[in-house]
Design a protein around this ligand. Structure first.
Ligand code: MN3
Length: 202
């Protein structure tokens, strides 16, 4: 079973001015598409070709760099598109907000922690909000296309929100101003989707 590139859940220009249409089109249509094609080439005819992407990543041999980079790239971008919405922003609510308050003391403290993880990731990578069994939340970051599902990346739990801090995610609009991009992400966070994932994975 080959993986398919999921369509963007909104149009390329739907997240403007926070993320520009050209970046969106290239990011989804070229980068994510490329990871999908290469992931399929990695698993074709192998004994893992019928596994879910989560299973593949959890059992990954980290020395298999093609599968690590393209499997990670496939999963990470799927989560990234779902982490944002043209109707997003504002504040989380319900059980997710309760968990944010108990894990980070306050929403502001969570926002600082997540923004800092994203801003200080050197080079290319991601920052994550992860949930542990039982509901506790954690913020972390990982390099390149690694993610918390993979063994030994120094991040634990299930990622329920991710921000891509590769330059291809923001450079056309923000150049070297990564902190401005991170701040803009908070205006488009899809708290509804993230709450659903929180309830599913906690
Ligand atoms: Mn990317």
């Amino acid at each position: 079973m080959a993986f398919t590139l999921p369509p963007l859940p909104y149009s390329n220009d739907a997240l403007e001015p926070h993320i520009d249409s050209k970046t969106m089109g290239i990011h989804h249509g070229k980068h994510h598409s490329g990871y999908t094609t290469k992931l399929n080439a990695c698993i074709a005819g192998s004994n893992i070709e019928n596994q879910s992407i989560e299973e593949i990543l959890k059992n990954l041999d980290m020395s298999n760099s093609a599968l690590r980079n393209n499997g990670g790239g496939y999963f990470n971008h799927c989560l990234f598109w779902e982490s944002m919405s043209p109707n997003g922003g504002g504040l989380p609510s319900g059980k997710l907000l309760d968990a944010i308050n108990s894990s980070f003391d306050s929403y502001e403290s969570f926002k600082n922690s997540f923004s800092n993880a994203a801003a200080t990731r050197f080079g290319s990578g991601w920052a994550w909000l992860c949930v542990h069994a039982g509901g506790k939340l954690e913020v972390c970051s990982s390099a390149n296309q690694d993610n918390p599902l993979m063994p030994g990346v120094g991040c634990e739990g299930y990622p329920i929100m991710g921000i891509d801090v590769w330059e291809h995610a923001y450079y056309l609009n923000y150049q070297n101003r990564r902190p401005d991009y991170i701040n803009a992400f908070f205006s488009i966070i899809n708290w509804e989707n993230i709450s659903k994932l929180y309830e599913l994975k906690s």
